[in-house]
Design a protein around this ligand. Structure first.
Ligand code: B3K
Ligand code: ZN
Length: 874
């Protein structure tokens, strides 16, 4: 147990930095266990007051500290576990520090560490302080020159910016010097040294400059970087066209590493990627991998303007770069792959992660006001809801004003660290709108509940919409204010045809109703028939909508809503109601048949995109359903969902078989959206077929697995076999392992598919796998593949009534916290929502959280999440 309670950092305590560093020269003498870092900083006092100098520094072995060339005696400076203090310094001076660090034993993967025999760095948010003494905060912007010296076996020596010189040194060593002309906060610093292959290309920017593009990967892997390179070039062109943003250096590099705490990092000119989000070819990566690579490559590249050129004043402003950059990458993916399908996937992810977060102990605003460890706030709320807020802003002020506001933001804040207020001010200025009420979206946590009631007046041909909003309390925010919520509305006639109407005298097919008070009443005129209301089209706001519309309206929407988001949503709503009804003990077989029939008709719509049909065919996930059930009973949900799966599988048997045979990939593999959509539909059909206990289904799944010529289908076959279980599944698992044992990214999939084992053997299997020779808890990808997949994507088994799933997760959290607190903290979430479950399960979950909290030497990261989860409500 911790002896002292860590103190939160508060937004209201923000003070500008007491000292600035205009320039720095960093010299690295790289050795796996004893790397020397010599830093020479041009430091200047910021403001009038001569405060003692206090720089951050952790796990550094100090060698010397000098001010203007004079080495300080130990009495002239203090070094504690968190940094360096020098009581009296001049207004401007040169600080030289020399420290030693141990990259090889750095298993927290923060600062400078080693992965696969190479040196690499991860500094965001607060890792730079593990490299040298520094004012480690994003509002200190400096020009970096970096000299790297290493043994020649570390063939490539890379850092940010441009290469100034390189050459050989005596003793089998060599060096390189890099300079980054753009001032940047230290969290964007990066260094890589090691043996790597490189894939090279060039791009001509809109002003005609040639940029060299280099992707560095493990030896032999360069062909697997081709898709990332293609995605990079498309992203660079897209940012020029969509936002007028040109790349600024002559060189852009990406390095892939296997040991990385999260997805990727936008270091200036030198992005570092988790290899799982960079390497792909048809044989080893699935369509979902290709899709994620495209979006993450774009995301990190887009950060060059939204994050690097313009950065955050403090970490409370994290959404300023993350929400905005997610908005940009989602827009890019929509342009690349189709907006409707992209929107559905984005909303599914938002609901699964962000809506769940809002219902749990970590519910926080898009801009939080306090934290213990900023690492815990790289959340779905900051990223995904942060993007939703920008999307609403664009809907409210219109695309032209939005673009003007972005232009103004880029012009005004380029080269600075700024705040969300300043960002919003740009849009208020260009649109002439008062956006002060809108700002509440940044400060208020929770998912608003919106209700909609409609009344049709046949004589007056009017439709009156009555809307109301209410946001449930979240920890620390018991009362909520109304938010401006854009609700996009269209009407259909009873046959599903678009019904035009009038709003303020104008004939329209669709309108945006802004609900900005607790309630609102809007009357639409010129409505010629009793309409089906299609509300919240495109999911125009991140809210939970309930309407008074009868079920039959949902069927009309499922068949015909021209807004594909709402067409999909209608199907999900119907399925959710059926499953939850059955889980609550009220099965409705007639409606289940009716639903299966409607899904069958939607599937036979030849005009519909296969990717869309695949989404339509997939039932809401068990976690999604758990959010709508109070208290949640995962076993009941699992059974009820399986029952509906079986109903669909039987009812649609012929159609599913037809899809499965008809869509087999025969030609050359293409990772594009069309090919991926066909494969998604075929694999989703197979997945549903496995609900049917007929023996020939197992043969079909086995045949699917064995005939697969790409990883998407191979995994489709393998997970279908896992759904069925038995000898065929075990044989396929063995075959898969033998085939891919030397491919770590593929073996991650092998662990993950077993973590999703739907059978009662799941927990035993997962426990057994932790002892498998290929299991390595120190590698975050592997740990996530097994532990996180089990806890997040196998709810029925994780929530085993014996509590064994919870015990397993808590053991993993405690063990991981000993070497990688950031990753340990990311595992806490599945236990954190204990209050939402049945009292028996909740008590078992709570007991595990209490056990974690009692652990000796617990990190701040885990402490923050566990103590919040256990805190009294309110
Ligand atoms: N900015 C990084 C995330 C860093 C997470 C640090 N705990 C990747 C991204 O969002 O682009
Ligand atoms: Zn980002």
């Amino acid at each position: 147990m911790r002896t002292e309670t860590p103190q939160p950092i508060k937004l209201s305590d923000y003070r500008p930095p007491a000292y600035l560093v205009d320039e720095v020269h960093l010299a690295f003498d790289l050795q796996p266990n004893t790397t020397r870092v010599t830093a020479t900083l041009k430091v200047r006092r910021n403001g009038e007051h001569a405060e003692p100098l206090r720089f951050n520094g952790e796990r550094l072995k100090p060698i010397s500290v000098a001010v203007d060339g004079r080495v300080l005696a130990e009495a002239e400076r203090t070094i504690d576990a968190e940094g360096l203090t020098i009581p009296g310094v001049p207004a401007a001076f040169t600080l030289t520090t020399e420290v030693e660090i141990d990259p090889e034993n750095n298993k927290a993967l923060e600062g400078l560490y080693m992965s696969g025999g190479r040196f690499c760095t991860q500094c965001e948010a607060e890792g730079f302080r593990k490299i040298t003494f520094w004012p480690d905060r994003p509002d200190v912007l400096s020009r970096f020159t970096v000299r790297i010296v290493a043994d020649r076996k570390f063939q490539h020596l890379l850092s940010n910016g441009n290469l100034l010189e390189k050459g050989d040194l005596p003793g089998g060593r060599h060096y390189a010097v890099w300079n980054d002309p753009f001032p940047k906060p230290c969290y964007l610093f990066a260094l890589v040294a090691g043996e790597l292959d490189v894939l090279e290309d060039t791009l001509t920017t809109m002003s005609g400059r040639t940029v060299e593009l280099k992707i560095f990967v493990d030896p032999g892997m360069a062909p697997r970087a081709a898709y990332a390179m293609d995605a990079l070039k498309r992203s660079m062109k897209w940012d020029e066209e969509a936002f007028g943003r040109e790349y600024d250096l002559d060189l852009f590099m990406i390095v892939a590493v296997r040991d990385f705490n999260f997805g990727a990092m936008e270091n200036k000119g030198l992005n570092i990627f988790n290899s799982s989000l960079l390497l792909a070819d048809p044989a080893t990566a699935t369509d979902v991998d290709f899709e994620r690579i495209e979006s993450v490559v774009a995301h990190e590249y887009f950060h060059n303007w939204t994050g690097d050129r313009i950065t955050c004043r403090d970490w409370f402003q994290l959404c300023l770069k993350e929400g905005l950059t997610v908005f940009r990458d989602q827009s890019f993916s929509g342009d690349m792959r189709g907006h409707a399908v992209q929107r559905i996937k984005d909303v599914k992810a938002l609901r699964a992660r962000q809506f769940a977060e809002d219902q749990g102990p970590l519910a926080h605003p898009v801009r939080p006001s306090s934290y213990l460890k900023i690492d815990n706030f790289y959340t779905a709320t900051i990223y995904e809801k942060g993007s939703e807020v920008i999307r609403m802003l664009k809907t409210l002020i219109g695309p032209d004003a939005f673009r003007k506001g972005m232009d103004l933001y880029f012009e005004r804040w380029d080269g600075h660290a700024t705040t969300v207020e300043e960002f919003i001010k740009c849009f208020a200025e260009v649109s002439g709108r008062d956006l002060s009420a809108f700002f509440a979206w940044y400060e208020q946590a929770g998912t608003p509940r919106v209700s909609l009631a409609s009344t049709y007046d046949e004589d007056a041909r009017t439709l009156t919409l009555e809307l109301a909003q209410q946001t449930p309390p979240t920890p620390g925010q018991p009362t909520k204010q109304p938010l401006p919520i854009p609700v996009t509305v269209g009407l259909l006639d009873p046959e599903g045809r678009t019904l035009a109407f009038e709003r303020d005298g104008q004939a329209v097919d669709e309108t945006v109703v802004v609900l900005d008070q607790a309630t609102a009443k809007v009357t639409l005129t010129g409505v010629d028939a009793p309409p089906v209301v299609s509300a919240l089209r495109g999911f125009s706001a991140p809210v939970v909508l309930t309407t008074d519309a009868p079920q039959k309206d949902r069927y009309v929407q499922l068949a015909a809503d021209p807004d594909l988001f709402n067409r999909w949503e209608a199907g999900q709503d119907l399925a959710r109601a059926l499953i939850l009804g059955r889980a609550a003990g009220h099965p409705d077989e007639v409606s289940e048949e009716r639903f299966a029939d409607a899904v069958g008709r939607a599937l036979s719509d030849l005009a519909a995109d296969p990717a869309f049909k695949a989404l339509l065919l997939a039932l809401p996930s068990e976690s999604d359903l758990a959010l709508a059930m109070s208290p949640a009973d995962p076993a009941a949900i699992h059974q009820a969902r399986d029952a509906l799966r079986l109903r669909l599988a039987l009812h649609l048997n012929a159609q599913l078989r037809h899809i499965h045979t008809g869509l087999q990939d025969l030609g050359e593999f293409s990772p594009d959206a069309a090919g991926a959509g066909r494969r998604a539909l075929r694999n989703t059909a197979l997945d549903l077929m496995t609900a049917n206990p007929r023996s020939e289904i197992a043969e079909i799944a086995d045949g699917h697995y064995r005939a697969a010529i790409n990883m998407t289908d191979q995994m489709g076959g393998l997970s279908a076999l896992m759904q069925i279980g038995g000898a065929a599944a075990e044989a396929a698992l063995e075959d898969f392992y033998a085939r891919w044992k030397s491919e770590p990214l593929v073996i991650d999939k092998w662990f993950a598919v077993q973590a999703r084992d739907p059978s009662e053997e799941a927990i035993g299997r997962v426990l057994g796998l932790t002892a498998h020779p290929a299991f390595d808890a120190k590698n975050p990808n592997r740990l996530r593949a097994l532990v996180s997949t089990f806890a997040n994507f196998n709810p029925a088994r994780f929530h085993d009534p014996s509590g064994s799933g919870y015990r397993f997760l808590a053991d993993q959290i405690i063990a991981t916290d000993g070497f990688n607190p950031m990753i340990a903290a990311r595992l806490v979430d599945p236990l954190g929502g204990w209050r939402r479950y049945t009292p028996e399960l909740g008590a078992l979950m709570k007991a595990e959280l209490e056990r974690i909290l009692k652990t000796e030497g617990l990190s701040k990261n885990v402490y923050e999440l566990v103590s919040r989860a256990l805190a009294e409500e309110g």
